[in-house]
Ligand binder design. Structure first.
Ligand SMILES: Nc1nc2c(c(=O)[nH]1)N=C([C@H](O)[C@H](O)COP(=O)(O)OP(=O)(O)OP(=O)(O)O)CN2
Ligand SMILES: [Zn+2]
Length: 143
């Protein structure tokens, strides 16, 4: 199986409603997102000129416009969190979600967005979202 991965970075603030610990308060992360795509039909043969499955630039353009530009320098909170902390509503960069903005839910959201917009030659194989250097959530396509 042939796969390609492109790595993205963005800064986002969030808080986890009802979390028992410091992450219940608004704080930020420098997220790293690893987007891996795979050939839909590759059988192991060399690729004809120019020898590429899909241009890294095309993956970059899609992920930048559909993910990074929406998440970068935003504050993401659940509707439940905002109800419990109404002062947050005044934040210009606020993005209210129906679910909690955990690493798990963020990666699931990204999968739903990206599955429909990637170049036709490839499908989404996995998404790995690093919240810190040693913590990540990952979605992996069923084989
Ligand atoms: N399963 C999850 N657990 C946690 C999430 C999450 O999204 N999914 N999120 C958080 C906090 O938002 C944040 O990521 C925690 O940051 P930090 O405290 O820096 O991370 P560590 O707990 O690894 O830091 P230590 O310094 O090792 O305590 C929490 N959990
Ligand atoms: Zn956090």
């Amino acid at each position: 199986m042939l796969q390609l991965t492109k790595i993205f970075s963005f800064e986002t603030a969030h808080a986890l409603h009802r979390y028992n610990g410091k992450c219940r308060n608004i704080h930020g992360h420098s997220y790293k997102l690893h987007v891996t795509v795979r050939d839909k039909a590759h059988q192991g043969e060399y690729l004809p000129a120019p020898g590429i499955l899909v241009d890294f630039k095309d993956i970059k353009a899609v992920v930048q416009s559909h993910i990074v530009e929406h998440f970068d320098h935003r504050l993401i909170l659940s509707a439940d969190y905002v109800v419990a902390h109404p002062f947050c509503e005044t934040q210009e960069n606020l993005w209210v979600w129906e679910m909690e903005p955990s690493a798990e839910n963020m990666v699931l959201y990204m999968q739903k967005v990206l599955q429909d917009v990637l170049p036709a030659e490839v499908s989404l194989a996995s998404l790995r979202l690093y919240e810190t250097s040693d913590s990540y959530a990952e979605w992996v396509a069923p084989v």
